[in-house]
Design a protein around this ligand. Structure first.
Ligand SMILES: N[C@@H](CCC(=O)N[C@@H](CS)C(=O)NCC(=O)O)C(=O)O
Length: 224
Protein backbone atom coordinates (compact mmCIF):
# COMPACT_ATOMS: atom_id res chain seq x y z
CA UNK A 1 0.00 0.00 0.00
CA UNK A 2 1.27 3.46 -0.96
CA UNK A 3 2.25 5.66 1.99
CA UNK A 4 3.42 8.70 0.03
CA UNK A 5 0.66 11.04 -1.09
CA UNK A 6 1.44 13.90 -3.50
CA UNK A 7 -1.22 16.59 -3.53
CA UNK A 8 -1.64 18.96 -6.46
CA UNK A 9 -2.73 18.84 -10.06
CA UNK A 10 0.31 18.17 -12.30
CA UNK A 11 0.23 21.52 -14.10
CA UNK A 12 1.20 23.18 -10.79
CA UNK A 13 4.52 22.94 -8.98
CA UNK A 14 3.32 19.45 -8.00
CA UNK A 15 5.09 18.47 -11.25
CA UNK A 16 8.37 18.79 -9.35
CA UNK A 17 7.30 16.30 -6.68
CA UNK A 18 5.92 13.91 -9.31
CA UNK A 19 9.20 14.01 -11.23
CA UNK A 20 11.35 13.16 -8.20
CA UNK A 21 8.96 10.39 -7.16
CA UNK A 22 9.30 8.89 -10.66
CA UNK A 23 13.11 9.25 -10.60
CA UNK A 24 13.21 7.42 -7.29
CA UNK A 25 10.79 4.73 -8.46
CA UNK A 26 8.55 5.36 -5.46
CA UNK A 27 5.16 3.86 -4.96
CA UNK A 28 2.98 6.94 -4.48
CA UNK A 29 -0.57 8.17 -4.71
CA UNK A 30 -1.21 11.33 -6.72
CA UNK A 31 -4.17 13.44 -5.62
CA UNK A 32 -4.70 16.01 -8.40
CA UNK A 33 -6.10 18.74 -6.13
CA UNK A 34 -7.01 21.97 -7.96
CA UNK A 35 -5.82 25.39 -6.85
CA UNK A 36 -8.12 27.84 -5.05
CA UNK A 37 -11.43 27.48 -3.23
CA UNK A 38 -12.39 24.30 -5.06
CA UNK A 39 -9.23 22.59 -3.85
CA UNK A 40 -6.18 23.71 -1.92
CA UNK A 41 -8.03 26.58 -0.18
CA UNK A 42 -10.92 24.41 1.02
CA UNK A 43 -11.04 23.64 4.77
CA UNK A 44 -10.14 19.99 4.12
CA UNK A 45 -6.79 20.87 2.52
CA UNK A 46 -6.10 24.04 4.51
CA UNK A 47 -6.00 21.70 7.51
CA UNK A 48 -3.01 19.95 5.88
CA UNK A 49 -1.30 22.96 4.28
CA UNK A 50 -2.45 26.25 5.86
CA UNK A 51 -0.85 28.20 2.98
CA UNK A 52 -3.60 27.01 0.68
CA UNK A 53 -1.02 26.35 -2.03
CA UNK A 54 0.22 23.38 -4.00
CA UNK A 55 2.01 21.07 -3.80
CA UNK A 56 2.24 19.36 -0.44
CA UNK A 57 2.94 15.77 0.50
CA UNK A 58 1.98 13.39 3.25
CA UNK A 59 4.70 10.78 3.63
CA UNK A 60 3.36 8.22 6.06
CA UNK A 61 2.02 10.99 8.29
CA UNK A 62 4.87 13.45 7.72
CA UNK A 63 3.48 16.57 6.02
CA UNK A 64 5.70 18.86 3.94
CA UNK A 65 5.06 21.82 1.65
CA UNK A 66 7.34 23.92 -0.60
CA UNK A 67 8.02 22.05 -3.80
CA UNK A 68 11.81 22.05 -3.63
CA UNK A 69 11.88 21.13 0.06
CA UNK A 70 9.81 18.13 -1.02
CA UNK A 71 12.21 17.09 -3.80
CA UNK A 72 15.27 17.54 -1.54
CA UNK A 73 13.62 15.58 1.28
CA UNK A 74 12.58 12.67 -0.93
CA UNK A 75 15.96 12.54 -2.68
CA UNK A 76 17.81 12.56 0.64
CA UNK A 77 15.50 9.96 2.12
CA UNK A 78 15.87 7.52 -0.77
CA UNK A 79 19.03 8.29 -2.75
CA UNK A 80 22.00 9.65 -0.81
CA UNK A 81 25.14 9.34 -2.91
CA UNK A 82 23.14 9.11 -6.14
CA UNK A 83 20.40 11.66 -6.83
CA UNK A 84 21.18 13.40 -3.53
CA UNK A 85 24.84 14.35 -3.05
CA UNK A 86 26.71 12.52 -0.32
CA UNK A 87 29.43 15.12 0.30
CA UNK A 88 28.79 18.26 2.35
CA UNK A 89 29.96 20.68 -0.34
CA UNK A 90 28.00 18.99 -3.11
CA UNK A 91 24.91 19.00 -0.88
CA UNK A 92 25.40 22.74 -0.34
CA UNK A 93 25.67 23.24 -4.11
CA UNK A 94 22.37 21.41 -4.55
CA UNK A 95 20.79 23.82 -2.05
CA UNK A 96 22.47 26.75 -3.78
CA UNK A 97 21.00 25.86 -7.17
CA UNK A 98 17.59 25.12 -5.66
CA UNK A 99 17.35 28.45 -3.83
CA UNK A 100 18.77 30.16 -6.92
CA UNK A 101 16.01 28.69 -9.08
CA UNK A 102 13.26 29.84 -6.72
CA UNK A 103 14.71 33.32 -6.22
CA UNK A 104 15.99 34.11 -9.71
CA UNK A 105 13.85 32.42 -12.33
CA UNK A 106 10.69 30.77 -10.94
CA UNK A 107 8.37 33.75 -11.20
CA UNK A 108 9.82 35.05 -14.47
CA UNK A 109 9.35 31.75 -16.30
CA UNK A 110 5.82 31.44 -14.92
CA UNK A 111 4.84 34.93 -16.09
CA UNK A 112 6.45 34.34 -19.48
CA UNK A 113 4.66 31.04 -19.99
CA UNK A 114 1.26 32.45 -19.07
CA UNK A 115 1.60 35.41 -21.43
CA UNK A 116 3.37 33.54 -24.25
CA UNK A 117 1.59 30.17 -24.21
CA UNK A 118 -1.08 29.42 -21.66
CA UNK A 119 -3.55 32.30 -21.67
CA UNK A 120 -5.85 32.60 -24.69
CA UNK A 121 -3.96 34.70 -27.32
CA UNK A 122 -6.29 37.71 -26.97
CA UNK A 123 -5.64 37.88 -23.21
CA UNK A 124 -1.84 37.69 -23.31
CA UNK A 125 0.04 40.80 -22.25
CA UNK A 126 3.03 41.23 -24.56
CA UNK A 127 4.65 43.77 -22.23
CA UNK A 128 4.54 41.31 -19.30
CA UNK A 129 5.88 38.54 -21.55
CA UNK A 130 8.80 40.65 -22.80
CA UNK A 131 9.62 41.97 -19.34
CA UNK A 132 9.68 38.40 -17.94
CA UNK A 133 11.98 37.33 -20.77
CA UNK A 134 14.34 40.18 -19.84
CA UNK A 135 14.21 39.30 -16.13
CA UNK A 136 15.35 35.70 -16.72
CA UNK A 137 17.99 36.58 -19.36
CA UNK A 138 20.84 37.33 -16.93
CA UNK A 139 20.30 34.31 -14.62
CA UNK A 140 19.88 32.14 -17.72
CA UNK A 141 23.36 33.24 -18.87
CA UNK A 142 24.71 32.15 -15.47
CA UNK A 143 23.10 28.73 -15.86
CA UNK A 144 24.28 28.50 -19.47
CA UNK A 145 27.88 29.03 -18.38
CA UNK A 146 27.58 26.47 -15.56
CA UNK A 147 26.30 23.69 -17.83
CA UNK A 148 28.74 24.69 -20.57
CA UNK A 149 31.61 23.55 -18.36
CA UNK A 150 30.19 20.18 -17.35
CA UNK A 151 27.32 17.91 -18.30
CA UNK A 152 25.27 18.48 -15.14
CA UNK A 153 25.24 21.12 -12.41
CA UNK A 154 27.31 19.10 -9.93
CA UNK A 155 29.50 17.22 -12.42
CA UNK A 156 29.05 14.25 -14.73
CA UNK A 157 25.87 12.90 -13.19
CA UNK A 158 22.27 14.08 -12.98
CA UNK A 159 21.29 14.97 -9.40
CA UNK A 160 18.45 16.62 -7.53
CA UNK A 161 20.16 19.96 -8.27
CA UNK A 162 19.47 19.45 -11.99
CA UNK A 163 15.97 18.18 -11.30
CA UNK A 164 15.10 21.22 -9.21
CA UNK A 165 16.41 23.82 -11.64
CA UNK A 166 15.09 22.01 -14.73
CA UNK A 167 11.68 21.51 -13.12
CA UNK A 168 11.44 25.19 -12.15
CA UNK A 169 12.28 26.34 -15.68
CA UNK A 170 10.66 23.45 -17.56
CA UNK A 171 8.20 25.78 -19.30
CA UNK A 172 11.15 27.76 -20.68
CA UNK A 173 11.64 24.93 -23.19
CA UNK A 174 9.09 26.85 -25.34
CA UNK A 175 11.17 30.07 -25.18
CA UNK A 176 13.67 31.21 -27.77
CA UNK A 177 16.79 29.88 -26.04
CA UNK A 178 19.11 30.71 -28.95
CA UNK A 179 21.23 32.97 -26.74
CA UNK A 180 21.83 30.18 -24.20
CA UNK A 181 22.58 27.00 -26.21
CA UNK A 182 24.24 25.13 -23.35
CA UNK A 183 21.20 25.74 -21.17
CA UNK A 184 18.91 24.56 -23.97
CA UNK A 185 20.92 21.34 -24.47
CA UNK A 186 21.07 20.64 -20.72
CA UNK A 187 17.34 21.35 -20.22
CA UNK A 188 16.46 19.08 -23.13
CA UNK A 189 18.68 16.36 -21.65
CA UNK A 190 17.00 16.66 -18.26
CA UNK A 191 13.44 16.73 -19.64
CA UNK A 192 14.17 13.72 -21.88
CA UNK A 193 14.75 11.44 -18.90
CA UNK A 194 12.10 8.69 -18.65
CA UNK A 195 10.98 9.93 -15.21
CA UNK A 196 10.67 13.51 -16.47
CA UNK A 197 8.70 12.32 -19.48
CA UNK A 198 6.22 10.52 -17.22
CA UNK A 199 5.71 13.60 -15.06
CA UNK A 200 5.56 15.85 -18.14
CA UNK A 201 2.86 13.64 -19.63
CA UNK A 202 0.75 14.23 -16.50
CA UNK A 203 1.46 17.96 -16.72
CA UNK A 204 0.59 18.19 -20.44
CA UNK A 205 -2.64 16.27 -19.87
CA UNK A 206 -3.56 18.64 -17.03
CA UNK A 207 -2.67 21.68 -19.18
CA UNK A 208 -4.78 20.39 -22.04
CA UNK A 209 -7.77 19.79 -19.74
CA UNK A 210 -7.59 23.26 -18.19
CA UNK A 211 -10.30 25.63 -19.39
CA UNK A 212 -9.35 29.25 -20.13
CA UNK A 213 -11.35 30.48 -17.13
CA UNK A 214 -9.13 28.42 -14.80
CA UNK A 215 -5.93 29.71 -16.46
CA UNK A 216 -7.31 33.24 -15.96
CA UNK A 217 -7.95 32.44 -12.27
CA UNK A 218 -4.42 31.05 -11.89
CA UNK A 219 -2.95 34.26 -13.35
CA UNK A 220 -5.07 36.33 -10.94
CA UNK A 221 -4.49 34.24 -7.80
CA UNK A 222 -0.74 34.19 -8.36
CA UNK A 223 -0.62 37.87 -9.48
CA UNK A 224 1.12 36.92 -12.73
N1 LIG B 1 6.94 28.35 -3.13
C1 LIG B 1 5.83 27.45 -3.27
C2 LIG B 1 4.83 28.08 -4.22
C3 LIG B 1 3.54 27.29 -4.26
C4 LIG B 1 2.55 27.94 -5.23
O1 LIG B 1 2.52 29.16 -5.43
N2 LIG B 1 1.71 27.09 -5.81
C5 LIG B 1 0.73 27.58 -6.75
C6 LIG B 1 0.48 26.54 -7.82
S1 LIG B 1 1.87 26.22 -8.80
C7 LIG B 1 -0.60 27.75 -6.03
O2 LIG B 1 -1.00 26.91 -5.26
N3 LIG B 1 -1.27 28.88 -6.33
C8 LIG B 1 -2.62 29.12 -5.93
C9 LIG B 1 -2.81 30.01 -4.75
O3 LIG B 1 -1.85 30.65 -4.31
O4 LIG B 1 -3.96 30.07 -4.28
C10 LIG B 1 6.32 26.09 -3.79
O5 LIG B 1 7.35 26.07 -4.49
O6 LIG B 1 5.73 25.07 -3.45
Amino acid sequence: MSVLRIYGIARTRAFRALWIAEELGLDYEHLPVEIGDAGARSPQFLAINPNGRLPFIDDDGFVLYESLAITLYLAKKHSVGKLYPGALEAEAKAWQWSFWAIAEVDRGVNIWSLHAVRLPPAERDAAKRDEAFKVVAAPFRVLDAAVGKQRYLLGDDFTVADLNVAAVISRAIDMDLGAVPNLRAWLTRCLDRPAARKALALKSAADAATPAKVTRRIAKLNRL
